[in-house]
Design a protein around this ligand. Structure first.
Ligand SMILES: Cc1ncc(COP(=O)(O)O)c(C=O)c1O
Length: 782
């Protein structure tokens, strides 16, 4: 039989990815459809999605393309990032990801496709990896216990403030913040404090009078100074307040731990333990505290238990998972955390062991001291008396010229103000960099680096030098060769079931295939080595990708603007409600603080609302989890005057497209409230209906559900928010002087930027038709 000649376009197979992404074959789909009595996917979708909200037009997204084409396009975009050597520091440092960790964790689906370890029998590997992280943190911070990661250092500090408020017996409503804290931490603290009625005072701890329910101290400070905070900690504790120390994890290898200085809580980031800069994230923040506060520790905690046969087994302890978030009584809304990054940081410590970490920390410190000594000999004395890795220099009127000279050599320094520069040294700094810095800062010089390195003294205060041991557990002292490490990682991965082995029969939200082509770009140096505060003209690639992604997500949701700052769904909820709050305030409606939340809502909804200073009013649901519209009408009328918003999940938590959604939105709008549609289940809507068009004013999306970012065993995630035009000005601020003037919710301007290429790739390869098909097949599968 003569075969019909296939066209070039046909052979090119531009839609190749759609068929690879969508699991069930056409035959499988047909079989399922006929069991449902439907002729095709469209018919089923029409039956399921209420007509009143169904999209009638195509998604405004271009057609999909092949994997090779999408990768080539993204490569071109990435080439607009100029990766300079960074000395900016400020909480983000160059680090060397051990190759064995990069290949076998970060790039290994056994680790990155795993789900949150709710089911311990299939999660012993990652639970052990998280126990390593927790042990590493409690050892280095000298605290009794640690959780298994926070979203970043800024939010960890804000969560610590909430813990202090809850646990302190002080009557004060003041939280004192060391003016030498990282600027982005101060911003996030201020954001969190305002709706909670907390007064934040940012000042020099030397001027602290003791009156506060808590204090936050940076160790070492953003200036690089290393201060002994024992007296200040004593002062706040004497007045029943609690002390939090934000501590640099690498410095703790050499410095007395926060616990030994008397702190109640220690927080920070573990980014510099092998996790690439990635333009600000994702990285694992940490929080450690006293045993006495364990029930108030936010996030997840892994504990050692016994299985049915009496054998030791790990599990999530104290039920801190999201189903148990204390809803409207919560102080924290964290759900998705940073598991994959915590696993990497913990394994970095396993790989290097205590001696390896000491070598790295000592080298960083010695290079910093050599740099400082060379400067001092030439009359440029750092303004900080002590340091671990950071120097502040008074460069006076020469500041701009120095920054420019450094940029010409592809080096970024931190410009603190018109007359000061900061320099941070890290694991990636070489001796040639120190020489280059001397040249830039001093001009002509005759310094001999080796001679200085042999002579120079340490610059840590004598009474802050660490004397106790850490990481003594055998795990941190056994796997130092690559073979041993490789086998250890494999042994742990083999204990778990992730998507690389099987479907995970849990309420796995809307997990998707995390295709290899989507994952490849995240370790491209153009994306992974970018500092979040690199100058604007070096980050063109990131910005172009972010702009395109924002447009793609607006097209998918029907919203007018999108913010990619929130680094989890919970943070999106928080940012979205703050936008609503800002909007009401801008209209003089400061009394609009009531938030209606149906009883079937996810625990993060009421938790976020109360963190925004809103009063949660729970509305009834029927047995199927559908909103009881009569009850909603009644409550909306009762609270009409003060109605701020409703938070409604669509399709509902029970997986149903409620017919009444348009009416629900209308009722709330009629009473002057805003509609927050929780978009965690957007997987069932892309291409078939748009929350921004059927009544939503704001939604968060979970890119780690609908848009292919892998769950990583419980994070990372991205929780962007889409908003209508009227809410755009209240989106989180990203850059100074931009149009968005809402409060900053994450430490980095674009939250977890380095994993955004995953979503970009997914949308680009699927295109309008593929995205719609994925939705329709998801509905069919359900
Ligand atoms: C309906 C709903 N809303 C919000 C969230 C919170 O998202 P995240 O875990 O990214 O913080 C989830 C996560 O499971 C969810 O299912």
């Amino acid at each position: 039989m003569l075969q019909k000649k296939r066209t070039l376009a046909d052979l090119q197979n531009a839609a190749e990815f759609i068929a690879r992404h969508v699991g069930p074959s056409t035959e499988d789909q047909q079989q399922m459809l006929s069991a449902l009595g439907c002729g095709n996917l469209q018919e089923l979708t029409e039956q399921v999605v209420p007509e009143a909200i169904a999209m009638t037009e195509d998604l405004a997204i271009v057609d999909g393309c092949t994997e090779a084409q999408a990768l080539a396009e993204l490569r071109e975009i990435a080439s607009h990032n100029k990766v300079f050597k960074s000395f900016i520091g400020q909480g983000y440092y160059g680090t060397i990801t051990p190759n064995v960790i990069q290949r076998n964790i970060l790039e290994n689906p056994a680790w990155y496709t795993a789900y949150t370890p709710y089911q311990p029998e299939i999660s012993q590997g990652r639970l052990e990896a998280l126990i390593n992280f927790q042990t590493m943190i409690s050892d280095l911070t000298g605290m009794e216990m640690s959780n298994s990661s926070m979203l970043d250092e800024g939010t960890a500090a804000a969560e610590a403030m909430a813990l202090c408020q809850r646990m302190s017996k002080s009557k004060s409503s003041r939280f004192f913040v060391d003016s030498d804290c990282l600027p982005q931490t101060i911003e996030v603290i201020k954001t969190r404090a305002e709706p909670m009625g907390i007064g934040v005072e940012v000042a020099d701890p030397a001027d602290f009078d003791g009156e506060a329910f808590g204090i936050l101290l940076q160790y070492p400070g953003a200036s690089g100074e290393v201060r002994d905070y024992r007296d200040i900690i004593g002062k706040v504790q004497a007045q029943k307040g609690l002390a939090v120390m934000a501590a640099d994890i690498l410095s703790l290898v050499l410095l007395e731990s926060p616990g030994s200085l008397g702190a109640d809580v220690a927080i920070g980031t573990t980014q510099r333990f092998g996790v690439p800069l990635g333009f600000g994230g994702p990285h694992a923040g940490y929080m450690a505290t006293r045993e006495a506060y364990k029930r108030n520790l936010p996030g997840r905690l892994v504990g050692l238990s016994q299985d049915a046969n009496g054998n030791p087994a790990y599990r999530l302890a104290l039920q801190t998972r999201e189903q148990h978030i204390r809803r409207e009584k919560a102080t924290s809304n964290i759900c998705t955390a940073q598991v994959l990054l915590a696993v990497i940081a913990g394994m970095y410590a396993v790989y290097h062991g205590p001696e390896g970490l000491q070598r790295i920390a000592q080298r960083v410190h010695l290079l910093t001291s050599v740099l400082a000594e060379g400067l001092r000999l030439n009359g440029m004395v750092p303004t900080n008396k002590h340091w671990f890795d950071t120097l502040t220099l008074n460069t006076g009127s020469g500041t701009d010229a120095i920054i420019k000279a450094a940029a010409e050599r592809e080096m970024n320094l931190r410009q603190i103000d018109a007359e000061h520069i900061g320099l941070s040294i890290d694991e990636t700094t070489g001796t040639e960099d120190i020489i280059a810095l001397w040249d830039i800062l001093l001009g002509e010089n005759s310094l001999d680096l080796d001679a200085l390195a042999a002579e120079v003294a340490a610059a840590l205060p004598d009474d802050l030098i660490r004397t106790d041991g850490f990481l003594t557990h055998p795990t941190f002292n056994s796997f130092h060769s690559e073979t041993e490490m490789l086998r250890y990682l494999r042994k742990l991965a083999d204990k778990d079931i992730a998507l690389d082995r099987a479907m995970i029969p849990l309420g796995s939200c809307t997990m998707k295939l995390n295709a290899t082509a989507e994952m490849l770009p995240i370790t491209w140096p153009e994306f992974s080595n970018m500092h979040p505060f690199a100058p604007h003209d070096q980050t063109g690639g990131y910005r172009a990708m972010i702009d395109e992604l924002e447009s793609m997500l607006c097209a998918a949701t029907g919203y007018d603007a999108m913010s990619l700052q929130p680094n989890a769904g919970s943070q999106g909820e928080y940012a979205g409600l703050l936008a609503i709050r800002g909007y009401h305030e801008s209209r003089g409606d400061t009394h609009r603080t009531v938030c209606l939340i149906p009883s079937s809502a996810h625990g993060t909804n009421p938790a976020s609302a109360q963190m925004c200073g809103m009063q949660v009013v729970v509305t009834k649901c029927d047995d199927q989890g559908n909103v009881d519209i009569d009850d909603l009408k009644e409550k909306a009328a009762t609270h009409s005057e003060n109605l701020a918003a409703i938070m409604v999940t669509y399709p509902s938590t029970h997986g149903v497209f409620e017919e009444g959604i348009k009416e629900i939105c209308q009722i709330v709008h009629d009473h002057g409230g805003q509609v927050y549609i929780d978009g965690a289940n957007l997987n069932a809507m892309v291409g078939v209906c748009q929350p921004g068009k059927f009544g939503g004013d704001v939604s968060h999306l979970n890119l780690h559900k609908t848009f292919c970012i892998p769950h990583g065993g419980g994070g990372p995630g991205v929780g962007p928010i889409g908003v209508g035009k009227h809410l755009e000005p209240f989106l989180p601020k990203e850059v100074e002087g931009g149009d968005r003037r809402g409060a900053q919710v994450s430490a980095a301007p674009f939250g977890s930027a380095s994993i955004l290429p995953i979503t970009w790739m997914y949308i680009r390869m699927m295109g309008r038709a593929g995205l719609k098909q994925a939705t329709e097949v998801a509905i069919l599968n359900a």
